[in-house]
Ligand binder design. Structure first.
Ligand code: SAM
Length: 349
């Protein structure tokens, strides 16, 4: 294993910018039942779109082996994502396998999941029973017309809200809610969403619309800067900045002064947080990405399927991490806008 890091005082290899590896996002499928306009627009991802054939997707055993390897190198948080992770069959079985993974010091790992919430009524209980700790649910508006347009399939708000209730009933708390804000599309939903989250005790996080992939036709003028969102909220309720819970936390945290909880802003475009980025991502077919904007993934599946030992697998992962120098969002400019990029749903959001 690499030298002890000074990044956060805990062991594990560090990359060329001194960043440790602490979070792993695992995409368990490239498929999704939504067609969000900013992620998987239906014009591009229609009936004929070729998703990964099953034999190219990592099995639960392979995913667990990968997770164990990353945890041996310092990862403490696993987030299951996709595509839509709840469309992967028997997902609670995978959760049970991941929940058994232990850190080198014997401690448990943090195990969470990001979902569109559409199947939580059916699955929240089994997922919690299998060892899932929390969920983040994506919801871009409380207005059915706005949400239906954004999710691309007219999926009703009420069913996502029911999914959130199911998660709370199952003890998957605190529930965080991700809202991508697009100028001129769901801006009017910002205050109603904030009010609802305050009333219900959910932690709402506003996400700046990002230039991931190419299918969404991203334009900078569609990004509502985090600073503007903070101003909008503070005009309605007094707020103050809250300390990050840990180094590398993506959301800037804000607290309501009247005690009604907190909200977060993920300002990946206007205030990139590359220097504290401790995240690695595994796509459904087992490619390792060291940046959300990486073009090249590293083929872990071949290593897994070539009969490599656990030590060889860990050495491969470590060799990629120590060479990592990604800081795309800090370098984002006119020059980067034409570079090839992998779609968010494929890499795992
Ligand atoms: N299907 C799950 C869900 O809906 O949460 C997990 C995968 S999804 C790709 C993860 C998160 O990425 C969602 O909160 C989604 O809104 C967000 N996302 C997708 N494309 C985005 C973009 N271009 N900019 C910002 N966030 C985006």
């Amino acid at each position: 294993m690499g030298a002890t890091t000074t990044f956060d005082g805990r062991p594990g290899p560090t990359d060329t910018l001194g960043r440790a590896m602490r979070d792993l996002r695992i995409s368990v499928t490239d498929r999704c039942n939504f067609r969000c306009t900013y992620c998987m627009p239906k014009e591009v991802f229609g009936r004929d779109y070729a998703f990964l054939p099953h034999d190219q997707v990592l099995t639960f055993e392979e995913i667990t082996r990968v997770a164990r390897s990353f945890v041996s190198l310092g990862v403490e948080k696993l987030r299951i994502t996709g595509g839509e992770p709840l469309v992967r069959r028997d997902l609670p079985d995978l959760v049970a396998m991941l929940a058994d993974v232990r850190r080198p010091d014997g401690g448990p790992i943090d195990l969470t999941l990001t979902t569109n919430g559409s199947a939580l009524r059916a699955l929240a209980g089994p997922l919690a029973a299998a060892g899932l700790q929390r969920v983040t649910v994506s919801l871009d508006s409380l207005d059915d017309a706005v949400f239906g347009t954004m999710n691309g399939i007219d999926f009703p708000v009420a069913r996502v809200l029911d999914g959130i209730d199911a998660a709370l009933e199952a003890g998957l708390a605190p529930v965080k809610v991700n809202m991508v804000v697009r100028r001129g599309i769901n801006e009017p939903s910002v205050l109603p969403m904030a009010r609802w989250a305050r009333d219900t005790g959910l932690i709402l996080r506003f996400i700046e619309y990002m230039d991931v992939g190419h299918s969404n036709g991203w334009r900078l003028d569609e990004v509502v800067p985090a600073a503007e969102l903070i101003e909008t909220i503070s005009a309605a309720w007094p707020i103050e900045p809250a300390e990050p819970t840990y180094r590398g936390e993506v959301a800037g945290r804000w607290r309501y002064l009247d005690g009604a909880g907190e909200f977060g802003v993920i300002s990946s475009v206007t205030q990139p947080f590359c220097r504290d980025c401790t995240r690695a991502r595994i796509s459904a077919e087992g490619r390792l990405y060291t940046c959300l904007f990486a073009v090249e993934g590293h083929d872990l599946r071949s290593v897994l399927r070539s009969g490599a030992t656990d030590d060889e697998l860990a050495a491969f992962v470590e060799s990629i991490w120590v060479a990592r120098g990604d800081r795309y969002s800090e370098l984002r400019s006119a020059a980067t806008s034409t570079l090839p990029r992998i779609e968010m749903f494929a890499m795992g959001g």
